[in-house]
Design a protein around this ligand. Structure first.
Ligand code: GUN
Length: 292
């Protein structure tokens, strides 16, 4: 079994990005600028956004964090999105999800100029991704593809099972794994209403778990020699930790790992890659690589 080290891979990619940014700036080019909108005080979102700002620093990007209270109205938030759309200095921006219940996430996502949508959540980017056109690809599936590539894990013609059908991970992951230019695999998507879910999983050469249920994937669901990618990051109470919680993956790591050819740990697997791919998308935005 080989552990897929997302933390080390992400550090390496960030160093590559920083090197490129240095050259761009040395050549008189513009330093990429990422803005982030954070609404409220959700613990997970606070951590994610803090790490995104730190990653910007590591890559040599300019970053702007805009914070608003839960009480912000949908109209006010849409006006903030519009300001960032019009700000020529901002190359790309994200609105951290989830948003408070009184605000439509879909409305906010659709208000973002797709040319600055470095999260790849806007329907134009999602649609272009689905038909294989140049676009911003959402960071988690993009990070998983990058890990598979850097670890030289063969995907072409393999059977891939994606557990979960969210817009952010499951659906784009399945699309990308299916496409000839990316995974080129035979893809099955399983979800809460799938029949024979265990049987489907046992047939997977590559199993990607993104359902947000701690320890859902057990050893009896995994084929010998499979590659297992764990996207889960549920906070579970843990009195032994300073923070009072730990991050728990969707995979019961201790019993699944010995059966695998490759497996991602939690933390230190997919998580660091997600932020790193947001940085890649921001660099592409700064270079006007996808949309001019
Ligand atoms: N919430 C959880 N993951 C993400 C992400 O990738 N982007 C944004 N904007 N919000 C999230």
């Amino acid at each position: 079994m080989e552990l897929i080290d997302g933390k080390a891979t992400a550090a390496q990619i960030k160093a590559e990005i920083a090197e490129e940014v240095q050259q761009i700036v040395a050549g008189g080019g513009k330093r990429p600028h990422l803005a982030a909108i954070l609404v409220g005080h959700d613990g997970g979102s606070e951590t994610y956004v803090k790490n995104k700002v730190l990653a910007c620093e590591a890559c040599g990007f300019k970053s702007t964090l805009l914070r608003f209270e839960d009480s912000i109205t949908e109209e006010e938030l849409l006006a903030e999105v519009d300001k960032l759309n019009r700000d020529a200095d901002v190359d790309g921006f994200i609105v951290q999800l989830p948003l408070p219940k009184h605000i439509s996430e879909q409305k906010v996502i659709e208000a973002i100029d797709y040319r600055k949508d470095v999260d790849g959540f806007h329907p134009i980017n999602v649609g272009r991704m689905a038909i294989g056109l140049p676009c911003y690809i959402s960071a988690t599936p993009k990070g998983i593809l990058e890990l598979l590539k850097r670890y030289k894990i063969e995907t072409s013609g393999k059977k891939c099972v994606v557990l979960g059908r969210s817009n952010i991970v499951g659906k784009p992951m399945a699309q990308l794994m299916m496409q000839k230019q990316y995974g080129d695999a035979t893809v099955t998507v399983c979800h809460s209403h799938s029949r024979d879910l265990k049987k489907e999983c046992r047939e997977a050469d590559i199993l990607i778990a993104a359902i947000g249920q701690p320890d859902f994937v057990t050893a009896d669901m995994v084929k010998d020699g499979a590659t297992v990618i764990d996207v889960g990051t549920t906070r579970v109470p843990d009195a032994t930790r300073k923070t009072g919680f730990r991050l728990n993956g969707d995979v019961k790591f201790d019993e699944v790992a010995p059966k695998c050819a490759y497996i991602t740990p939690v933390p230190g697997g997919v998580g660091p890659m997600t932020i790193c791919m947001l940085m890649k998308n921001t660099l592409a935005a700064g270079k006007k690589e996808i949309y001019s």
